[in-house]
Design a protein around this ligand. Structure first.
Ligand code: UD1
Ligand code: MG
Length: 486
């Protein structure tokens, strides 16, 4: 395996001052991952023998995050940021790498794809080069290292922006900063780097010149899709790259059979999974680890974060987090599902309903204006409009259990902990403080009393009293206690 041993070094020691942030650059989020998270996902597809991350600025933050994503990562601390050459030297020393292939990438290129890295490593190995450069032809090469080629087109070196002559600055072929090395060559070349250049840094890119001096072969492989190697240095670029990354993700899902009515207002994070024949309507954000099954229709104006949506479900103008929406379930319009909501098959959460830690059985419905917190609702139960599950007594949260086929009146309050049995019912306006046995009807509050003539006597002279008097006087008008009508 040794000659195929692959080490990937990810440079992430810089702070990214242009972000103007207390969060280090590589930890800024884009499409549901950090920037370095995207790079590490691309790196993972190479199945490297070893991943080394070079950290410096805010090293604890970066180390914790990188370890979560790549548990066996080697963390190399660069104490003094003396250049990319210095960074790779620390990486090689800390990891003890001396054989095989070493790929160096940077932690701030969120569009990078594993397939591009794979092709680059394959090209590098096939060409048996000491150093290979992933290069790109760009319209505006400002700021990049330029690839120097001789008359035969052979690569001679890389010159950095600040060290380049005006003619060299005209060169449109740039180094992406992603390089591949023969490890033995790299270990020998790193101590030979000097910092007598415009930035006073040890440039990793100078290894190209050293290889040429040693008579070794070097080469550059241009990538067609240069955006993959672009870094985001400030928040304007971060937003631009975010839009581009989203465009790519949405396009991929459309090619895989998802209908997206308005790609421009649809945002899909990198780790979201969608089945064929999902439909996404305008203004929808599918975030985190959200998974949507076939024939579900999501939107318009819906945000789902870390949610699971079943086949054929319909989610309209909803905001949901860490929730499971069953097959054929209906949510919204205007619903808020908080963590721990689990909706059974063909269940329903209607308009202006908020849920939290709530389980709805198959076919159960909460159609209107309700708060459902810490609840277990049996299959086919129907919760009346304006029902509040009062789960909090001011000190602790309690659960409410509603049985199968329950039928609730409007404007109820269920004071937890309380149980409403299978097949029970409540009248309108009931405050349920004690358990309701199966099959019972619970009512609370006194019976209705009508005090005839109360308004004309207590509110005499008001328009309300006049209306009441007119109702009594008027020919053919039914009085209020006769019921019915014409
Ligand atoms: C570097 C390359 C340049 C290439 C460009 C692509 C060198 C000398 N130049 O230039 O050829 O076109 O990237 O974007 O390599 N870093 C460390 N430790 C350090 C210095 C840098 O970890 O001591 C990290 C930075 O956090 C960053 C990456 O290395 O992620 C690149 O460093 P940066 O200073 O941005 O180099 P560039 O000038 O962009
Ligand atoms: Mg840079």
């Amino acid at each position: 395996m040794n000659e195929h041993e692959l080490t990937v070094v990810v440079l992430a020691a810089g702070g990214g001052t242009r972000m103007k942030s207390k969060t280090v650059k590589v930890l800024h989020p884009i499409a549901g991952r950090t920037m370095i998270g995207h790079v590490l996902a691309a790196v993972r597809t190479l199945e490297p023998h070893r991943v080394v991350a070079v950290i410096g600025h805010q090293r604890e933050q970066v180390a914790t995050h990188v370890r979560e994503l790549v548990p066996d990562v080697v963390l190399a601390v660069q104490e003094v940021l003396d250049g990319t050459g210095g960074a790779v030297r620390v990486a090689m020393e800390t990891s003890g790498t001396s054989r095989g292939t070493v790929v160096v990438a940077t932690g701030d290129t969120p569009l990078l794809e594993g397939e591009s890295l794979r092709k680059f490593v394959a090209d590098h190995r096939a060409a048996e080069q000491a150093v290979s450069i992933l290069s790109g032809i760009v319209a505006d090469p400002f700021g990049y290292g330029r690839i120097l080629r001789n008359d035969e087109g052979d690569v001679e070196g890389i010159v950095e922006e600040k060290d380049a002559t005006p003619q060299q600055r005209e060169i449109a072929e740039i180094s992406s900063g992603i390089l591949a090395f023969d490890a033995e060559f790299l270990v020998g070349a790193l101590p030979r780097l000097t910092n007598d250049n415009a930035k006073g840094e040890y440039y990793l890119t100078d290894t190209v010149r050293i290889a040429r001096e040693d008579g070794l072969t070097v080469g550059a492989f241009p990538i067609d899709d240069v955006a993959q190697t672009e870094g985001a240095n400030d928040r304007v670029q971060l937003a631009e790259m975010g839009r581009e990354l989203n465009r790519r993700i949405v396009t991929r899902w459309m090619r895989d059979g998802v209908t997206v009515m308005d790609p421009a207002t649809t945002w899909i994070d990198a780790d979201v999974k969608l089945a064929e024949d999902v439909t996404i309507l305008p203004g929808t954000q599918l975030l985190g680890a959200t998974v949507v099954a076939e024939d579900a229709v999501i939107g318009p104006d819906t945000t789902l974060k870390d949610c699971e949506v079943g086949a054929g479900a319909r989610v309209v103008r909803a905001h949901a987090e860490l929730s499971v929406i069953g097959d054929g379930a209906e949510v919204g319009p205007y619903a808020r599902l908080r963590p721990g909501t689990i909706l059974g098959t063909r269940s329903k959460i209607g308009t202006f309903v908020e849920t939290k830690n709530a389980h709805l059985g198959d076919g159960a419905k909460v159609p209107h204006l309700s708060y459902v917190g810490d609840a277990e609702i049996g299959e086919q139960a129907n919760i009346g409009a304006g029902t509040i599950f009062a789960n909090y007594d001011g000190i602790a949260k309690h659960r409410t259990k509603v049985g199968r086929w329950f039928r609730g009146g409007s404007n109820n309050t269920f004071v937890a902990p309380v149980e409403l049995g299978d097949g029970s019912s409540t009248g309108g306006g009931t405050v349920v403080r004690r358990n309701v046995p199966p099959g019972a009807l619970a009512v609370s509050g006194g019976p209705q009393r009508n005090l005839p003539g109360w308004v004309p006597s207590k509110r005499a002279g008001t328009p309300q009293a006049e209306a009441a008097e007119e109702a009594h006087r008027g020919p053919g008008r039914a009085s209020d206690d006769q019921g019915g009508g014409h």
